[in-house]
Design a protein around this ligand. Structure first.
Ligand SMILES: *Cc1c(COP(=O)(O)O)cnc(C)c1O
Length: 483
């Protein structure tokens, strides 16, 4: 091809490719459609069902394949409305009181939007000192909330599972666990520890490590005396105790392990002390609960999920490591092509503190809401959830239900035990009544072999009337029962 032909070809491609760069008028039209749907969504959110039991595939996706040609914004939005925003659990609903609800505050969406438009490179300080400073400002704030002093570091990961993974791989490097020694090392945890912990062990090649499931007390908290007994036994048998994993709010029942007593043991026996505060960590913001989390600052590493306790949309979990040196050691690498970046480094780069390099500028979805609202509404919203849980816990007992441990945070378990007949069967039926109604969504668990319903109150949109709906349905449900 001669140069003239090449130039012609370039301009043809340029014209076609320019569709990726809509002009202002087109952008405004697209934005108007998005904005209109968002507004409809938000206007309706308080009346929408929290759960729609419809998992059928009607072929819509097959009929909506990717094509070479564009589809209109309205068509795309209508598709989402009809095929995504219509079935399963609706996490945006305040009626979502199952599992651990996520958030989705509007201001975070604006942060995400700006982050995507600016597309600042938040992985490396040299690439965007401002973006990295934003993320580090968040890490500093959360670190101070936890009670860490100076030398700590952290990272905004995509969620709690990734945050736990980063913490555990850091622990392994810090404690210098060699592959040949893995089978002879131990981790201490309870059966209530989140399953992403053992998943992380598998991913980083530690699945052959010995797991010591420590007995729990009646509130499903790890019993320190039992940890010490086990430690003494393991030491005597020539085993290397590696890590102690405590929960600051278990997913299942919201239990907080005795963080201070466990810290003493971790220190005494030289264990890496990790605390999973994915669900419970941000209750440090509330006067009602912060004392229950005392000792969290003694962890070598801790994680918190802003997409739970700070009501952000899914996609952000925070890992903190008490001594940033360990996090660096586990994650920083040099590459020749990155050589220019080093001279300018004034602050740690997220890329040196996590497995990720290029990544979403996810700090903005937290930073923008914290700035736009201030911290007070976050505290208030969490406190409301604490009192709603206590309210429900009292009320459900008044209806004659048996309850699980008194809630430390915002998870409570309950079940109805009939005078005769199968309690598990009855409680499954009560749960299905709630699911079929759909205004609220709750989930269940198995405790000591029995079927329990549970509430987890953490959506910023959950208010008293949602809990009253559950109470009404339960009352009707037990009234009907034919045992
Ligand atoms: C939710 C949760 C996790 C997992 O976090 P993801 O953000 O879902 O990956 C880990 N631990 C606890 C205690 C949790 O509640």
């Amino acid at each position: 091809m001669n140069l003239e032909e090449i130039e012609k070809l370039i301009s043809e491609y340029e014209v076609k490719g320019k569709e990726l760069e809509p002009n202002r008028e087109t952008r405004n039209m697209m934005m108007e459609s998005v904005s209109e749907y968002s507004e409809q969504f938000l206007d309706a959110v308080h009346n929408k069902k929290a759960f729609i039991n419809d998992f059928a595939n009607d072929g819509s996706f097959d009929n909506f394949p990717f094509e070479e040609t564009p589809t209109s914004t309205n068509k795309v939005i209508n598709f989402l409305k009809d095929n995504v925003d219509n079935a399963g659990i609706n996490p945006a609903s305040g009626g979502h009181i199952g599992y651990i609800p996520g958030g989705g505050i509007y201001s975070a969406a604006l942060g995400d939007y700006l982050a995507a438009v600016m597309n600042r490179y938040a992985g490396v300080f040299y690439a965007s000192p401002g973006a990295v400073r934003i993320e580090n400002q968040i890490i500093d704030w959360v670190g101070e909330l936890v009670g860490y002093k100076k030398r700590f570091g952290g990272n905004l990961a995509s969620g709690g599972s990734m945050a736990n993974l980063i913490a555990i791989s850091t622990a392994r490097i810090a404690k210098k666990i060699k592959s040949k020694d893995i089978e002879n090392c131990t981790i201490y945890l309870t059966k209530q520890a989140h399953h992403c912990v053992t998943k992380a062990l598998k991913i980083i090649g530690l699945h052959e490590i010995q797991l010591r499931y420590i007995p729990m007390d009646r509130k499903y908290r790890m019993i320190p005396e039992k940890v010490e007994e086990q430690l003494a036994k393991d030491k005597a048998n020539g085993i290397t105790p590696f890590m102690l994993v405590a929960s600051a709010g278990t997913t299942d029942v919201g239990a907080i392990d005795p963080l201070n007593e466990l810290a003493d043991l971790a220190e005494k026996y030289g264990l890496w002390y990790h605390i999973d505060g994915a669900y419970g960590g941000f209750f440090l913001l509330c006067d009602e609960t912060k004392d229950k989390l005392k000792g969290i600052n003694r962890a070598d590493s801790v994680i918190l999920d802003p997409h739970k306790g700070m009501f952000l949309p899914y996609g952000v979990g925070i890992v903190l490591v008490k001594n940033v040196k360990h996090l660096l050691e586990a994650n920083s690498y040099d590459a020749n092509y990155m050589q220019d970046t080093k001279d300018y480094q004034q602050e740690y780069s997220p890329a040196d503190l996590s497995p990720e390099l290029s990544r979403h500028f996810r700090g903005l979805r937290m930073w923008v809401p914290m700035k736009l609202h201030g911290i007070a509404p976050f505290r208030a919203c969490l406190s409301e959830k604490i009192w709603l849980t206590r309210y429900f816990y009292e009320k459900v007992q008044a209806l004659g239900f048996e309850v699980g441990p008194e809630p430390d945070l915002t998870v409570a378990a309950f079940r109805y035990v009939p005078k005769s007949g199968d309690a598990n069967k009855l409680n499954k039926k009560l749960l299905s009544i709630i699911h079929n109604d759909g205004r609220v969504f709750i989930s269940s668990t198995t405790l000591d072999g029995d079927f329990w319903m549970r509430i987890a109150v953490l959506s910023f949109r959950t208010h008293k009337y949602h809990l009253d709906i559950i109470l009404e349905l339960l009352e009707e449900g037990i009234g009907d029962r034919s045992n």
